[in-house]
Design a protein around this ligand. Structure first.
Ligand SMILES: *Cc1c(COP(=O)(O)O)cnc(C)c1O
Length: 386
């Protein structure tokens, strides 16, 4: 059915119970029962599609997964307790000792730790490339198995060219994995550009209200099968309650993300004209170096705006101290606008040189623009900058 995005996000629903409920109930059950020995045997043999045990599947989790599969244009999916569980399990299921990962340089902090601290324990090495590099052949080894990227990246808001990377991955037979957390499927569907798998932290814009943690991997059926088998035996499953919340969240994702982006665009334009701001990075500003790529692969610019306050580390910290309404918090993609100063917090352990490498300059502030009235958001940023 060629249903519109909004309709799928609302109307995909698990089967009704005997109560004919309108909204899907919460199925808090660890396990499921069988009619007889034959029913049980056939269910375990996967001759029937039945829920057996909530570590494997559950009606609420299935509903959330099914919606995300449809919204991303994927074949299949599996939902996880967190975004990091999804990312870790995807690699752990698909890679063998000796395999090599090619990844964009700017990846989520815990993903970076996974690549640099833990995967080498199993003899899996990662090579990083910069967002605008196009000569990637030189990084390939006979063991390169996956190409991994985020776009837009956190917190430098670089935009990588998915079409180019999709073709590169196909040519070299790499499994192309995209962390689509910053864009959501409403803004960008990496599978259209050749991604084999898309991973998400559902904790961010998918929940969108700062309530629950969640993650998901969607993509090719054969790859998801491997991920599912790994997950069903290692136990990073999403809870039915979180799935219920997240499935409800998806019903409003289109209107929420649309408004987030509208607000973020206005905030970015305001910042670009403020004398105490030396640089603004937002994919849909004409001044963004990858504006054309962003326009080609994203519906709108997203809700994260990064900007450089004049005066370095101290100016960045001062700006945060003057903020009145916006929250100082590590999360993003919430209804509430959040500001952070990466150089003195999330990335303070890196040297200045390492920070500059990934585009985290001393005065860089990351703003996750929320759904408050945009005039109030701008007013708060303005009084802190002035
Ligand atoms: C938050 C985040 C993650 C990790 O998700 P959790 O749900 O916190 O485990 C992964 N990738 C990106 C881009 C994120 O922003």
């Amino acid at each position: 059915m060629s249903e519109h995005f909004e309709t799928s996000a609302i109307r995909i629903q698990s089967e009704r119970s005997q109560f004919y409920e309108h909204s899907t109930p919460l199925y808090l059950t660890s396990s499921f029962v069988f009619q007889d020995a034959e029913d049980m045997r056939a269910s375990f043999a996967e001759e029937k599609q039945k829920n057996l045990y909530s570590r494997f599947s559950n009606p609420n989790v299935n509903e959330f997964t099914e919606k995300m599969v449809k919204l991303e244009g994927a074949e299949d999916g599996y939902s996880f307790a967190t975004g990091m569980a999804a990312i870790y399990s995807t690699f752990a299921a698909l890679l063998n000792s000796g395999d090599h990962i090619l990844s964009c340089q700017s990846v989520f902090g815990s993903t970076h730790t996974l690549f640099t601290k833990y995967f080498p324990k199993w003899n899996i090495e990662t090579t990083y490339f910069k967002a605008d590099e196009t000569d990637l052949e030189k990084y390939l080894t006979p063991n390169t198995k996956t190409l991994y990227v985020e776009t837009p990246t956190n917190p430098a808001i670089e935009v990588l060219d998915l079409e180019f990377l999709g073709k590169f991955a196909k040519k070299h037979n790499l499994i192309f994995i995209v962390d689509n957390c910053f864009a959501t499927p409403y803004l960008q569907q990496p599978i259209k550009f050749g991604a084999d798998l898309v991973v998400h932290s559902a904790t961010k814009l998918i929940d969108g209200q700062g309530r629950v943690l969640g993650g998901i991997a969607v993509g090719r059926k054969n790859l998801i099968r491997e991920i599912y088998l790994f997950a069903r035996n290692t136990g990073p499953a999403m809870s039915p309650f979180n799935a219920w919340v997240l499935s409800k969240s998806l019903e409003t994702i289109a209107v929420r993300v649309e408004k987030h982006c509208e607000n973020a665009q206005k905030v970015a334009e305001f910042l670009e004209n403020h004398p105490n701001v030396s640089l603004v990075k937002y994919p849909f500003l004409k001044s963004h170096p990858n504006y054309e790529t962003a326009k080609n692969q994203m519906k709108l610019g997203g809700n994260i705006v990064a900007f450089e306050v004049k005066g370095g580390i101290e100016a960045g910290r001062n700006f945060l101290n003057k903020i009145k309404m916006c929250s100082l918090s590590a999360n993003l993609g919430d209804t509430r606008t959040i500001v952070t100063h990466p150089a003195s917090t999330t990335h303070s352990k890196l040297s200045e040189e390492e920070r500059n490498e990934v585009g985290i300059t001393a005065g860089l502030v990351r703003c996750s623009v929320g759904l408050e009235h945009v005039d109030d958001i701008i007013e708060d940023l303005k009084q802190a900058l002035d």
